[in-house]
Design a binder for this molecule. Sequence first.
Ligand code: GDP
Length: 169
Amino acid sequence: SSCSTGYYRVSIMGANGVGKTALKNCFMSTEYMSSSDLVIHEFDENTLSLVVDNEESTMEFIAFTSDQKDDLPVDAYVVVLSVHDSNSFTIAEGYLQYLRNELDSDRPIILVANKVDLVRKRQITTEEALLLAKEFDCKYIETSAVLNHKVDELLVGILKQIKLKLNPE
Ligand code: GDP
């Protein structure tokens, strides 16, 4: 099969302290490869290329700013909440309303429930986060940046959603 390349921009948003920086740093420093064909090459602190299924893609991670609609196009949005911070759920909901209703975006959105390692301090259940994801047509994943739990899956999942949108089967 031919080896294609793509350049994608991914906007990350969420309340302060939910782990946006920690997750991005995990992406950039992935050492453990959960699948043997996931090869990561770092360009700078916000940009990496990865090879999945013999296809190379470059992903640039950008922080969300409210004037993004006048900015360069965004290929996917990552909305992060922390399961030990119920306020971050409300803020995530606000971002989803903004993206789907105000911005009227049909781009892929991944709702990330981070800090699942904080089991005993957990305030947000899987069920309520999943419900929020469904309401706004998002993919949903639970991660821990501290344990590097499901971070590779999130990275590859973002790429999968972007490609699925560009080439629906
Ligand atoms: P940001 O404001 O969303 O960029 O959040 P940061 O990435 O700066 O993280 C805020 C704090 O939460 C830092 O002290 C991180 O070490 C911590 N943190 C980030 N991810 C996790 C996680 O998955 N579990 C736990 N327990 N702490 C985390």
